[in-house]
Write a protein that binds this ligand. Structure first.
Ligand SMILES: Cc1cc2nc3c(=O)[nH]c(=O)nc-3n(C[C@H](O)[C@H](O)[C@H](O)COP(=O)(O)O)c2cc1C
Length: 335
């Protein structure tokens, strides 16, 4: 039987399928079910910078003056203290999960900037987390702030988290950079042990009747995988950090493609939210069957076999191919 074990962030995982941060990983019984379904690791839902800032500010009398000064911004945020169990409940979840399962438990911090709140990474480590996924979910809406400044903030942030904790740190990234390969390399140099490609941004919709901006959370479609494959194939030849693909992984063939591009693991949320945790068993049995039918002894054997450097025509990932693809589209003769 083909070996589907892999290595990610210095950890040995029994399979390359990881449960991505989502409400599915918010309770110990679910995490146990995810392990039973064959997941290689779980990423807990994120704890947010705003929650941790709020907790540390709560010790400060100035909070109340501050909160009164910004009632609108406060009301935009969900009930922060209890969101994702709140900071204390989160540490309990890490401890409970570690006691209940043998697979690695990755805690997730979601923020945009270095700060005292990031010390929380150390508490996550003390609670038993095997690694930290740092989700830098930044939406740069301030026109006076340029790309160089934003990117420096990312790099400083990763350096700070690396100084704070001894466990491995993966960085979940946005695809929206002018030079994605360059920022990936700089985060790699800053000590990121893994890069998770890519964040999905939840884009608000317009209700044109009520003239309101309405939140809209849609689950992913397998087409979203292509952007991830493209950048994994490019980056895997340049960075030391392990690569994880998240976004659009819905089937065993999606897992195969991501690993061939150079990913160590693939993460899933939408497909399990749609079909249930047990669906991971079918993805993994399809994966084993696929490997056997194609005579691979292990997933490691195919890792990176379709990276940019490995394929016969690397221009497939470049601008020239864009023109080729556009010109290949034949117009249907008009009737
Ligand atoms: C309901 C829901 C909640 C999520 N919560 C988080 C979160 O707390 N932190 C995070 O980094 N990503 C979060 N994500 C993003 C997922 O971890 C994942 O990266 C994304 O959904 C793409 O993977 P998919 O195509 O398998 O859904 C969430 C996604 C969904 C659908």
């Amino acid at each position: 039987m083909s070996d589907i074990a892999t290595r990610y962030l210095g950890l040995t995982l029994k399979s390359p399928l990881v449960a991505s941060a989502s409400p599915l990983c918010e309770s110990v019984p679910n995490i146990r079910e995810l392990e039973d379904a064959g997941m290689g690791a779980v990423v807990l839902p994120s704890l947010f910078e705003e929650q941790l800032e709020l907790e540390s500010n709560a010790l400060d009398d100035d909070l109340w003056r501050g909160a009164e000064s910004y009632p609108e911004s406060q009301s935009l945020l969900p009930d922060l203290e209890d969101y994702n169990l709140g900071p204390d409940g989160y540490l309990d979840l890490i401890e409970g999960a570690k006691a209940a399962v043998d697979i690695p438990v990755i805690a997730s911090l979601n923020g945009v900037s270095p700060g005292g709140w990031a010390e929380y990474a150390r508490l996550m480590e003390e609670a038993g987390a095997d690694a930290i996924e740092l989700n830098i979910y930044s939406i740069s809406t301030e026109p006076s702030v340029g790309a160089a400044e934003v990117e420096k903030g990312y790099v400083d942030f990763v350096r700070q988290i690396k100084r704070t904790t001894r466990i491995p740190v993966a960085v979940k990234l946005s695809p929206f950079f002018s030079a994605p390969a360059n920022i990936a390399l700089r985060l790699d140099d800053a000590g990121a042990d893994g890069l998770v490609l890519f964040n999905r941004f939840y884009q608000p919709d317009f209700d044109v009747e009520s003239l309101e901006v309405v939140p809209r959370l849609t689950l992913s479609h397998p087409d979203e995988l292509l952007l991830r494959l493209h950048w994994t194939a490019i980056l895997s030849d340049h960075v030391e950090a392990d690569l994880a693909v998240t976004g659009g992984v819905h089937s065993a063939v999606d897992v195969v493609k991501a690993i061939m591009a150079g990913a160590s693991v693939t993460m899933v949320a939408s497909v399990l939210l749609q079909k249930g945790i047990h669906h991971a068993c079918s993805i993994l049995s399809d994966l084993r069957r696929w490997l056997e039918e194609h005579e691979y002894d292990s997933v490691r054997q195919m890792c990176g076999s379709m990276s940019r450097r490995s394929v016969p025509d690397p221009s497939a990932f470049e601008r020239g191919n864009y023109m080729r693809v556009l010109s290949s589209h034949a117009l249907k003769p008009s009737s």
